[in-house]
Design a protein around this ligand. Structure first.
Ligand code: SF4
Length: 590
């Protein structure tokens, strides 16, 4: 099919072999690329109920048909496996430059299984894979690892030009259940612990290089499409907002809405918000907008701290989700200190959203006398120490490295811990944004804000936040459209610009498939159903789609709002109906 190389590189790191497989055309028609391809590969290759950190778990890097095209927002790669954090389907996406280099290798996906005895790194090119030892890299942080691999490629493959590198830090090496796979220093496949899967295989890094170019169905169409989008983007208010303020603009928006999770989910507004909102970031740091390849939105903030003990610290970020996790949940009331914690997580290779959530849980545990630790709200040095202890699995860090379910059980806090399926939510309180309750409940990777980004219609007033009836139908349409984003592998922030019409045009230009909305939604439903089947096979039940009880019982002090168990139940019932699933949330047989 056009838009694909129709080649998958399958690597066995145990015996250092590889083979090239051709995906069946029907697989690509069923799910396109990215998530749609990866879930079919996982269903076909992962043994049911496999231990996520065992050699038999498959780790998949996948691009979509838009990769390598002129389409804006297409420089994004997806990573998939069974998650060590949730025990369910794992997906995570990252921007930067790597997708372009994966595309250069001439493979649509690289699928890795097995486990090496000694640390190594992989060099993937159009010729296949080369295995390199990495004893000298093991123990390095993510930044140093990326530098070293890039230097090696430059010296030993002078004809290759630039390469893309993904790597793990000490968090991944030590198989912390929420370790990330980092690239371009500050970008990461951040959620659900894919770095731990890579660490379990003893792969420190992967370099992707090559100059392959795939054939698209209609190059002229794609060129014109990208040209007109750039024009439309110039005057788009959303684009301007992302470019001028980045995601930290959400600090004020969520505080005003009363749904900015604060003091480990016990408040909806922070008294410190002016210390870490977008204005604070832009006034207290030198900030330059920074973009992934093929993006005119440039939501990234390349920030350098101007004053104080972190003067000179340079980071891409902090993003809203990191600000909420440390600034809100742990009450670290300073953008410079949040940047410092962000930098530690990046270097260690652990997810900031989960890290902030777990630090918040640890603070509560300490305050309640459940653990012996000086950690407290606002105590940045203790939080920083905890991040290191997690990555190196020391003391209470060892408990937290195993994930929130484990920690909550060990500390007798199962009624207080905030998570769905073992994944902690992002910075949108579902007591305020009810549709985010449905999103957290039903997302296949746990309490995820991104699969439907339903905060957007609820915050912008397109959808009534408190309405319950009929919400699942609107939600499913958002979810379907963004599932198509994940099969093409596109950046979420183009969601206002890429409605169904634009997605159809993009699919036609890349693959040649002429699809109407119904056909695209059919593909999205195939993917959602396949992932659900995978999760059911791994032990998921309806119970796992429920929210933590605190969201039902504990009103937010500023607004007195909760999301009741009955409201959640009604949305879930409607969602299952819309999806064509039975009352237990099971899709019909494939
Ligand atoms: S909007 Fe942001 S995340 Fe998306 S492609 Fe552009 S810079 Fe990358």
């Amino acid at each position: 099919m056009y838009g694909f190389y129709n080649r998958i590189l399958s690597i066995d790191v145990t015996d250092q072999t590889s083979r090239i497989e051709q995906p069946a055309d029907r697989m690509l028609r069923r799910g396109l690329g990215g998530k749609g391809l990866a879930i079919q590969l996982l269903l076909a290759n992962n043994p049911p109920q496999v231990d996520p950190l065992s050699p038999a778990n498959h780790l998949i890097f996948a691009n979509g048909p838009a990769s390598g095209s002129p389409v804006w927002g297409c420089c994004r790669h997806g990573v998939y496996a069974k998650s060590p954090q949730t025990g369910l389907f794992s997906e995570s996406y990252s921007g930067g430059t790597v997708a372009e280099h994966i595309n250069g290798t001439g493979f649509d996906a690289v699928m890795i299984h097995g486990a090496a005895e000694q640390p190594g790194w992989l060099e993937v090119s159009p010729e296949g894979v080369e295995f390199h030892p990495a004893e000298d890299l093991w123990g390095l942080d993510t930044f140093a690892t990326e530098d070293r691999i890039k230097e090696w490629i430059q010296q030993n493959r002078p004809e290759a030009g630039k390469c893309g590198v993904v790597c793990i830090g000490p968090g991944g090496e030590n198989q912390v259940s929420f370790a990330v796979i980092e690239n371009d220093y500050w970008r990461s496949a951040g959620r659900t612990g894919l770095g731990a899967v890579m660490g379990s295989k003893k792969i420190k890094a992967i370099a992707f290089r090559g100059k392959s170019k795939k054939q698209f169905a209609d190059d002229e169409l794609l060129k014109n499409f990208a040209k007109s989008l750039a024009q439309i983007g110039k005057d788009n208010a959303g684009v301007k907002a992302y470019k001028s303020m980045g995601t930290p603009m959400l600090v004020d928006i969520m505080n005003e809405a009363g749904g900015f999770p604060t003091r480990y989910w016990s408040k909806g507004r922070s008294e410190h918000r002016e210390q870490f909102n977008a204005s604070a970031l832009h006034s207290r740091c030198d900030v330059e907008p920074h973009a992934c390849l093929k993006c005119f939105m440039a939501c990234g903030r390349l920030s350098t701290v101007k004053e104080g003990r972190h003067k000179g610290l340079k980071i891409e970020g902090p993003e809203y989700e990191t600000i909420f996790a440390f600034g809100g949940l742990c009450e670290i009331g300073s953008i410079e200190e949040i940047a410092y914690l962000n930098d530690i997580c990046d270097r260690l290779g652990i997810d900031t959203i989960t890290a902030g959530n777990l630090a918040g849980l640890a603070i509560e545990a300490a305050r309640q006398g459940r653990i012996d630790s000086p950690i407290d709200y606002g105590n940045v040095d203790e939080v920083a120490q905890l991040l290191h202890d997690i990555a190196y699995r020391r003391g209470i860090g060892e408990t937290l490295a195993r994930g929130i379910k484990h920690a909550a059980k060990e500390w007798g806090m199962e009624d207080q811990a905030i998570h769905v399926k073992g994944l902690e939510p992002a910075g949108y309180d579902p007591r305020i944004l009810k549709g985010m309750g449905l999103a957290y409940g039903t997302s296949d990777r746990g309490a995820c804000h991104l699969r439907a980004t339903f905060y957007k219609p609820e915050l912008s007033g397109m959808v009534d936040r408190d309405e319950i009836e009929g919400k699942a139908k609107v939600f499913a349409e958002w979810e379907d459209r963004l599932t198509i984003f994940d099969t093409l592998v596109l950046c979420r922030f183009y969601r206002d610009l890429y409605q169904w019409e634009q997605l159809a045009e993009m699919i036609k230009g890349t693959t040649g498939l002429d699809l109407d909305v119904k056909a695209m939604r059919r593909i999205a439903a195939n993917v959602t159903d396949d992932v659900r089947r995978f999760n059911l096979q791994e032990g998921l039940t309806r119970q796992d789609d429920l929210l933590p009880p605190r969201f039902h019982k504990e009103p937010l002090p500023e607004t007195q709002k909760v999301i009741t168990a009955e409201q959640m139940d009604q949305m879930l019932k409607e969602y299952y109906q819309v999806r064509g699933w039975n009352e237990r949330g099971e899709p019909p047989a494939a």
